[in-house]
Design a protein around this ligand. Structure first.
Ligand code: DQA
Length: 324
């Protein structure tokens, strides 16, 4: 007589005790283990849907605030020194402010391009673990270099092609043709952009800030662009308006954002950004690049202290993996 087949059981049987020592699985389908390749793929796909990768640092994914430290100076060695300082600080991304290097003079294109490439190479050599965000902030945007839209676009496109930076900052107050040509260059090189809009004099009304962030999201696909807004508050209500616009934009647009209220009044926005939808905060390692920014350690410890980040920073994780 044929015995009815026993139902298959999963787990490990303890033969001596005759019991099943491991919790039984509900399904007996073979367990497929994810390989390292699968896990890498999964991470990339997740970042593509929820965040933007600047090098190996994800902005917007899981909504953790990254710390970006600008390095600036009038010589390559000053930039390198600051990059070394930043390496010791809790910083995730370095912003290489190239306008201070170019100064206020009318530098010929070839000379400006050579100086920029030298600076990026030097910063990379001084802080090899940190992804670089290259920024040329012109005089009207709080920077130091006065440059035409054409030269601005050509230089940024050259940086995109060079592979010396992991992301570019593009000021969207520039001529639309200049913005489009930079976006084309970054698309071809596969690097993301930080689309920036600065208001150094005042804070626009809440709805206007929201509309600006929304407009930025129409300029580039979600996995390639971070929308950044920096305003100058004149009263505490302006700071509240910025935070409120930021929170609303985060909910509506589901895009990585950086929102900053500058100056003393706005400092709270640099520390509480995570709560209100900002995915990164700028902190200073050398000279201040904008009113109101503070050192990364206080920023990080305030972020940690106030909002209890239980995780290591993206760069410290990366350093750990590399055994640094
Ligand atoms: O755009 C920004 C933000 C910033 O202006 C700030 O307010 O921290 C600092 C700049 O270096 C950077 O390019």
């Amino acid at each position: 007589m044929l015995r009815p087949a026993r139902p298959r059981r999963c787990g490990v049987r303890n033969r001596r005790r005759g019991s099943w020592t491991r919790k039984q699985r509900t399904s007996c389908k073979p367990r497929v283990r994810a390989t390292a390749v699968d896990r890498g793929e999964e991470r990339r796909t997740k970042a593509m849907t929820t965040g933007v990768m600047i090098g190996e640092v994800s902005l917007g994914e899981g909504h953790r605030t990254a710390i970006i430290a600008p390095v600036l100076g009038s010589s390559v060695s000053e930039l390198s020194d600051q990059a070394v300082q930043a390496r010791e600080a809790p910083v995730d991304i370095l912003e290489v402010r190239l306008d201070h290097l170019l100064g206020e003079a009318d530098v010929p294109f070839a000379q400006a391009e050579a100086a920029i490439m030298d600076a990026l190479r030097a910063v990379r050599a001084s802080a090899p673990s940190h992804p670089l965000l290259a920024t040329i902030r012109t005089a009207s945007e709080g920077g130091t270099w006065s440059v035409t839209d054409d030269v601005y676009a050509e230089l940024l496109s050259a940086i995109a092609k060079s592979g010396l930076a992991e992301a570019l900052d593009v000021e969207i107050a520039r001529h639309p043709a200049a913005i489009s040509s930079v976006l084309e260059a970054t698309e071809a090189s596969g690097i993301p952009v930080v689309l920036s809009r600065h208001y150094f004099e005042a804070t626009p009304p809440r709805e206007a800030m929201l509309a600006m962030l929304e407009y930025m999201t129409t300029l580039a696909p979600p996995q390639r662009a971070i929308a950044k807004l920096a305003v100058m508050p004149q009263c505490p209500e302006d700071v509240l308006a910025l935070l409120s616009a930021s929170l609303d934009a985060k909910k509506r647009l589901e895009r990585p954002l950086i929102t900053i209220a500058m100056g003393h009044l706005g400092r709270v926005s640099r520390l509480a950004g995570e709560v209100f939808g900002s995915d990164a905060s700028f902190a200073t390692v050398g000279p201040q690049s904008a009113p109101g920014s503070s050192a990364p350690a206080p920023s990080r410890s305030c972020l940690i202290g106030s909002f209890s980040f239980p995780w290591p920073t993206p760069v410290s994780r990366l350093k750990g993996r590399r055994g640094e």
